[in-house]
Every structure is written in C-alpha cells, then in structure tokens.
Write a protein that binds this ligand. Sequence first.
Ligand code: GLU
Length: 326
Amino acid sequence: MTKFAPMLVLSAGLCVGAVPALSAEFFAIGTGGPTGVYFQVGNAVCQMVHKEAAEGRSSGAKHGYRCSAPSTAGSTYNITNIGAGELQFGVAQSDWQYHAVNGTSKFEGNKIENLRAVFSVHPEPFQILAGKGSGISSWDDLAGKRVNIGNEGSGQRGTFEVLLDANDVDKGYFSAATEFTSSEQSSALCNGDIDAYGYTVGIPNSGVAQAADGCGATIINLNNDAVQKLVAGNPFYAFATIPKGTYSTIAEDVTTFGVMATFVTSADVSDDMVYQVVRSVFENFDAFRSLHPAFANLTPEEMLTRGISAPFHPGAVKYYKEQGWM
Ligand code: GLU
C-alpha cells in the first residue's frame, strides 16, 4: 500500500507576509475492489473533505486535510493496516470490526486494540451468485461445484469461511475454491471458469450487475439452519432481503444474512483529523448521500448505532455531541 508522508507542507505566502502558511496533511482511506461500494464510500468521503477544504465553513475556518481512497483487498486488510498505522481510515464489515475489537475469529491472538469507530454506512447482504446453467439454487447445490471464496483480506472471504464452518464443512465441500478478487469474479463467472461466487456488498453494485444483468446469474436464498444459527448467535448478523427487480434475474425477493459496512479509524489518528472528516461528511450530507444509491437512505441516527462495536473515536464524539446526536 502506498504510504503517505505524514505531513506535506505547502508553503504559501513566502513573500507576502499577510498570507498565512497553509499546510496540507494527507491521509488514506482503505476501501475494497474498484467495482465495489467501499471504493465509492472512500471516494465520497474524500470528495466531501476536499469540498470543505476548498469552500471552508460558514464560520470561516478551512481545514488543511486532503485524502485519497485507494482500492485495497477489503475489510480485514483495512483493519489490519489501520492497526499498523499504514492507513488512517478504512471501510470494514461490522462482523470483522467486532472480531478485531474482541480478538475473536480471524483476529484471535491479534486484537486490534487501537481500532475506533467513526460511523456505519450501508447494509451489506452476503450474496452467493450462481452462474446461469450451473444448476445451483440452494446451499446444498454448491457441493462439488467450483466456487470463488474471495481473496485473502476481503470481508467476504472471512464471512464465507464462517458460513462453511457453520455448515460443518470446509473448502473441500467444493471441487475448487478459487480466490478471485471482487473485480475479477463476475468475469470468471460469466466466462464459465467458476460456477458461483460469494460477495458481501451493498445494493446495487455494478460488479453483481455484470454477472446478473450481464450473463444471467442469480442470487440464491441463504436461510438454512446454519444461517439461522449464525443470525441468532451473533449480534453483527441480521437477515437481509435483496428485493426483486434489483437486478434483471431477481424475480422474487431473495433472503440471506448480512452485515453493515462501517467506517473505522485508529486511536492514533488525531482528534482534529477525525473531527474534520466527520464534519465534512455531515455538513454535506445530502451531497454525500447522492453519490451512490446505497447511501440514499442513510440517517445520522442509524449511522451512529448500527454495526458499531469498537469505541467511537473522540474526534467523532466531539462532532456528534455538538450536534446533540450523542
Ligand atoms: N464487503 C467487502 C469487503 O469487506 C467489500 C465490498 C465492497 O467493496 O463494497 O471486503
């Protein structure tokens, strides 16, 4: 991952004494694959940060922060790299936020002590896309098939492993378990290289549309006993519906389970930086929400409660208290 110099000073006003020096501090937001929704989240946040930096605030103060939101491997990669100080912010599934904070599941023995919550974003149903003609319409049909379980570092890879475990099987349940990234998996499905793939992603998503609208893939129901146990036994899972008509092949509502996408940071990131990021998003909330259909129904109230298990960063708390939201 690109490592940003912590501070880049643009010196202004070298010869004009009256102009104050402006310093720009850069930070990075870890996202996911370029065709996913996390990439849209990260870039929407940066857009609002840059808007505030350029326009200033009604009070007259401008902040000096700039950011970029590169594509990454996904949730668990982002959390690990935030913990290590390689990324300042990131998007991560609520199940992995929970496990990172509690040192459980994939994070057993590797608790990310400095992980902090900023807000949650959109719901992310776990979706199994089945290729047209694959004969797959339920979990049981996946036995002996070629299935993409996702790249290491992605949220769906971890959640798929949890689902396998809940069904008392492992990767050997499939004839092949491939590790394509989210931006590769739809082409692999449409080309017939795999029979199905799993993806935890917001709705709608262009990657899923490529497989569904593009080559007739369907999304299967996931509500067997194993899934019911997962939902009943874990605070970060809930049943989720993919409404009929979301994609051309979804003729009826699909039931599955899902998590929330969350925006996280580190306790080592300054209060001011987090405050300004949060402020930029909420002061421009309508603009933010208009950037992707998955953000259209977001409300501050839900964003401060759903899918949060890490302690809130104090910079975020400051803004939420000012607004009377906390
Ligand atoms: N949920 C996926 C992950 O955690 C990313 C989905 C997206 O890119 O929108 O890796």
